[in-house]
Design a protein around this ligand. Sequence first.
Ligand code: ZN
Length: 343
Amino acid sequence: MPRDARAHLAAGRVERETQAATALVVQRTLRAPIGCTGIGLHSGARISLRLLPGAPDSGIIFRRTDLAGGPVEIPARFDHVVDTRLNTTIGLPGQPEAVVGTVEHMMAALAGLGVDNAVVELDGAEVPAMDGSAAPFVFLIECAGTVAQDAPRQVIEVLRAVRVEEGNGFVALLPGSGQGISGPGMAIEAEIDFAAAAVRRQSRALRLTPASFKSELAPARTFGFAEEVEALRAAGLARGGSLKNAIVVSGSRVLNEGGLRFADEFVRHKMLDQVGDLALAGFALNARVVGRRPGHRLNNRVLHALFADASAWRVVPAGMGAAAGVSVRAGAGGLPAAAAAPA
Ligand SMILES: [Zn+2]
């Protein structure tokens, strides 16, 4: 091959690579509305859910259609979390009726598949439990399909380590997740440790992509302990819980007829919860997430800690590495008000 032809081809390759590196990743929403019905894990109520396309820069919004005063919209953001007791509940300040519980598995499915904007419409106070995992929501989103929108996707890049602790558990957000096929993203390392012999200590690490989320985390179900069921019900929780929507453990035994979907389904579910809880940042996180005994409360606290430190994060266009990142903190559409305010 003549030298100038080779040089020409090489130049073309460099150009294509440069284009790929600088191409803006755009936001996505659902192609069409889709719905389902199911039972609320904690309320036990039958609830209808509809997933609707959302406008660019609107983020994920939960809409209650059953309240006396008319529809109420609650932004799916960390600063709207009002309860982290066994689930993540969001609400509006000063409006005790305006709450939606158990948002985390739906949030995980939307974030895991890269849906930036959507409305989740409900005629009750809780997202239906379905089978206790995010797989039914992944199925819904894939049935509806997704479309690109005319707006660049932005992500939150973690610049400095932020860590919160409670008892012998912690969650930390660290800079750097490695370079993936579509730019930096989120990597999760989690460890759990339960007394029950069926669970014990489990740990797992995962680089989050739509494919890895769908196959490794989405099918992992929530779990509970047979010994705690009565106390939970007395506290008004787990009223809709059954072997159809949760793994139930008693000592060394899993009571569900079909057993587990993964040998380490428990830690995978905790990672799924983290994907959903951390999606309440408002944008995807470019970060390493490290957790020991992570839970909804720690997941929410670490976001508050991150946004309280203005030097710990910045907003960059998706698909760009740290070196190429352009800080667009000011005027970032969809950014939580509390996050945009100076710390
Ligand atoms: Zn969960």
